[in-house]
Write a protein that binds this ligand. Structure first.
Ligand SMILES: Cc1cc2nc3c(=O)[nH]c(=O)nc-3n(C[C@H](O)[C@H](O)[C@H](O)COP(=O)(O)OP(=O)(O)OC[C@H]3O[C@@H](n4cnc5c(N)ncnc54)[C@H](O)[C@@H]3O)c2cc1C
Length: 445
């Protein structure tokens, strides 16, 4: 986790304004539950625990500052998509489990939206809906098939828009049609995660920033060593997402992969006029290695996706990728020729967590005193919030609808050790890339 010397961690963190981290842990404390990781999952797990059992003493340890991980850097889409989306996920998960997963994600989006409004969290929330656009005839067929399949499964809030209907919303000459799902919520992730920090603090959660858990020993209680302190804790939640492999017991549950983003300067009315986009919909395309993009409240175009980074031996030093940033810049021009020459102000990237079967996973580690959550891929904004309620129930050893949910697992298929791990990951990525190349052959003439 090397700091980036000359680029911000994200547009959202860079424009957040002044931030005052909580002091690091100094000395020894004894608590009921320690949550490791100060992103959406960690803060919300701590918050949910205190709401459920106010007498519990709950501490969050964050290695850097709140929002340092994916929660402060993401594309800002709170969506129902799980894994690789409506096309692939039912095949990977089986139809019944996929349906349960989709219902879980619908609930995750709705509850996050209600929570933001109930707690009046200042995070630029809007609910503009989601377009998954087709840019080739192959993708038109793929998306129409996805819409039909989702409708057949009983999810009737997913629609097909033809080319004219799509371009009436967002006018790219490349759009041939789109899948439309009104449920999507967009937020400012840095504002949301830091508002959640305040909420957790107000609930009595103790938060220690710049406090990495450097060693964990399992004795009668857990003993968690930090650089200048020690926590004795009855229970632990690992909310460390793409960084989870650092902990020996969890080493093979997930690997980090990297996605990259850019943001333009605020677009002028003249620049936006030919594009429309008055509804500020969140947009993804129909590729495997998707592009995802939106307009911010000050009309910057923020785009991520395309090339996905992988590293040998789970090296975490891959937040920067000039080739990916160039690709995104070109893709903006490809979609919106009227934006030729637009200036990029921010370029960043970050790790997301991938399980072997590309599906989120939560559960116990060993006995019932430790829980974990990994594998939301690029779709954890909404999921992490409902996952926090699931982790709460697991920690409190309550059987609930959530603990019987689709992502709670007895066993996760382990990633193999290196060099096989890289071979599997690179092969999977190559397959996804080749399929995208095939679907886009008509663009090459
Ligand atoms: C660039 C990018 C774009 C994305 N876009 C989207 C999107 O549009 N929609 C969507 O749904 N999802 C998206 N995602 C994924 C989503 O952001 C994540 O799934 C979600 O934020 C995960 O939250 P988390 O709290 O589990 O993990 P994180 O936010 O990653 O938090 C983990 C925290 O653990 C801390 N930590 C690590 N090691 C230690 C240690 N030893 N001790 C203490 N703390 C430690 C880290 O510093 C970090 O803050 C994106 C991800 C990235 C990287």
């Amino acid at each position: 986790m090397k700091p980036l010397p000359d680029s911000p961690l994200s547009l959202w963190l860079d424009t957040y304004g002044e931030y005052h981290p909580q002091p690091p842990l100094e000395g020894e404390i004894t608590v009921d539950v320690t949550v490791i990781g100060g992103g959406f999952t960690g803060l919300m797990t701590a918050y949910e625990l205190k709401r459920a059992e106010p007498a519990l003493r709950v501490a969050v340890l964050e290695a850097k500052t709140v929002g340092y991980g994916a929660s402060g850097r993401n594309g800002s889409f709170a969506m129902t998509v799980v894994g690789l989306g409506f096309g692939v996920a039912p095949t990977l998960m089986g139809v019944e489990r996929f349906k349960a997963a989709h219902r879980y994600m619908m609930r995750a989006v709705d509850e996050l939206d209600a929570f933001i409004q109930r707690e009046n969290l200042d995070c630029d929330r809007i609910r503009p809906g989601f377009l998954r656009v087709a840019t080739t005839q192959g993708y038109v067929k793929r998306l129409q098939h996805d819409v039909e399949r989702m409708n057949r499964f009983g999810f009737d809030d997913i629609y097909w828009l033809n080319q004219a209907e799509t371009r009436a919303r967002v006018n790219s000459p490349r759009y041939l049609g789109a899948l439309w799902e009104p449920r999507l919520v967009l937020i400012n992730p840095a504002k949301l995660v830091r508002a959640e920090r305040q909420l957790a603090l107000s609930q009595g959660v103790e938060i220690y920033e710049n406090t990495p858990a450097v060693e964990i020993r399992r004795q009668d209680n857990f003993v968690i060593q930090t650089p200048n302190g020690k926590v004795n804790s009855q229970k632990i939640a690992f909310a460390t997402n793409a960084y989870t492999h650092q902990f020996p017991l969890l080493r093979r549950k997930q690997i980090p992969a990297f996605t990259y983003m850019v943001a333009t300067e605020p677009l002028s009315d003249q620049q936006l006029e030919p594009i429309g986009w008055a509804g500020k919909e969140g947009i993804e395309d129909a590729r495997n290695l998707i592009h995802y993009y939106r307009l911010t409240p000050d009309n910057r175009l923020v785009m991520g996706g395309g090339p996905v980074g992988l590293t040998f031996a789970n090296d975490l030093d891959a937040d920067r990728n000039p080739a990916a940033w160039r690709h995104l810049e070109e893709h903006i021009q490809f979609l919106f020729p009227s934006l030729e020459g637009v200036r990029l102000t921010h370029r960043w990237g970050g790790p997301f967590s991938v399980t072997v079967d590309l599906t989120p996973a939560m559960g116990y580690v060993g006995d019932r005193r430790a829980v974990y959550s990994v594998g939301c891929i690029g779709h954890g904004v909404s999921a992490s919030h409902l996952n926090a309620q699931t982790l709460r129930d697991l920690l409190l050893e309550r059987q609930s609808e959530l603990t019987a949910g689709p992502f709670v697992r007895q066993r996760v298929i382990p990633w193999p050790p290196e060099p096989l791990r890289s071979l599997v990951a690179y092969t999977l990525r190559s397959y996804l890339q080749v399929e995208d190349w095939w679907y886009e052959r008509e663009l090459r003439g």
